[in-house]
Design a protein around this ligand. Structure first.
Ligand code: 8YV
Length: 327
């Protein structure tokens, strides 16, 4: 029965989630604030029936090769699954699930916050004030760029991309997007959205660019040095998806050289490391991966993990099964 299912959780989760996991299953929690090291991950895949990892655990082919035959389910606590080698898992007969949907609004809110803050230089204003450099208002003091009427280009028009578009439309931005395929007619009409099949063409025409696609082999460095070169000098880039989608070193160079006006970044290529070139730039607002960080969202993510485990343990197809990406 479910009670005998060995569930190993790699990171500390919200209390109510941990309590429920313990009630339902034979759950082993990580009682520390330190992620599992390699030895602990190996031990976990050797013993667990169900592994609950997060974005910070690299569950790659090498690790999965050491998994015991009892490991049947990887129930990721998170929407993004780029830390998991889905293909290797599926080949081993392991079902993979994630937690989509419950962090859409929260991530779109932080995306919109960056879209609002960076062109208006709010981050610079905060720093000036805190440094005691506010000497009084002046007509030309801290001028930024108006949002209304500008063009927003969204890369990746899934749940989060669409939620960003809805918010941005309310602020008077014109919605443009690049996606593998256009969204349906109803959404297109609601958002008055323009589809760009060519990312290159879209990039050259946008005032603000927002990255909202997953990190996959196909989107790694999608914003390469060459593509960043297409971005207008007066344009801004916002990323709340995954750092790997942008060539971070090339972005830092472009920002430093004034080839891009500014950037708002919640995610980085080698988290928790941040490219030192980015840290010193005044036209950049940086956040430490806070996109989905709400109390409500993290509990709902936990509830999704639990439903996925229960459903699979009961012999049914779990609601949030992830299948290998078709590239
Ligand atoms: C969280 C995220 O850090 O869900 C994701 O894909 O990037 C973030 O919201 C993550 O879910 C924690 O595992």
């Amino acid at each position: 029965t479910a009670k005998r299912l060995k569930v190993i959780v790699t990171r500390r989760l919200p209390d109510p989630v941990e309590l429920r996991l313990k009630e339902l299953f034979d759950t082993e929690l990580n009682e520390t604030d330190t992620p599992f090291d390699d030895a602990k991950l190996v031990d976990a895949v050797k013993r667990a029936d169900v592994l609950v990892p997060t974005v910070t655990d690299a569950i790659d082919a090498r690790l999965l090769a050491q998994a015991g035959p009892q490991l049947r389910h990887i129930a990721q606590f998170g929407a993004g699954v780029d830390n998991l080698d889905i293909e290797s898992a599926v080949q081993r007969g392991i079902t993979v699930t994630n937690t989509p949907g419950v962090l859409t609004d929260d991530t779109a809110d932080v995306t919109m916050a960056l879209i609002l803050a960076v062109p208006r230089r709010l981050h610079e204003g905060i720093k000036l004030l805190e440094a005691g450099k506010f000497d009084g208002w002046a007509p030309t003091w801290m001028l930024g760029k108006r949002l209304a009427g500008k063009r927003l280009g969204i890369i990746g028009m899934g749940r989060i991309g669409q939620a960003v578009a809805r918010r941005a439309k309310a602020f008077g931005l014109q919605i443009h997007y690049h996606n593998r395929k256009p969204v349906n007619r109803q959404v297109t009409e609601e958002l008055d959205a323009t589809y760009w099949e060519s990312l290159d063409q879209m990039l050259a025409r946008m005032d603000i660019i927002s990255v909202n696609c997953p990190h996959t082999p196909a989107t790694f460095h999608l914003l390469s040095a060459r593509r960043l070169d297409l971005v207008r000098k007066d344009a801004y880039i916002v990323n709340t998806a995954r750092g790997e989608v942008i060539d971070e070193a090339a972005l830092a160079r472009a920002l430093k050289a004034g080839k891009i006006a500014g950037a708002g970044l919640d995610v980085f290529e080698r988290e928790p490391a941040v490219n030192p070139e980015l840290l010193g730039l005044s036209n950049v607002m940086l956040l430490p991966h806070m996109g989905s960080a709400t109390e409500e969202g993290r509990i709902e993510m936990g509830e999704k993990v639990i439903i996925n485990i229960k459903t699979f343990a009961d012999g049914h197809r779990p609601p949030d099964r992830v299948i290998p990406a078709i590239l």
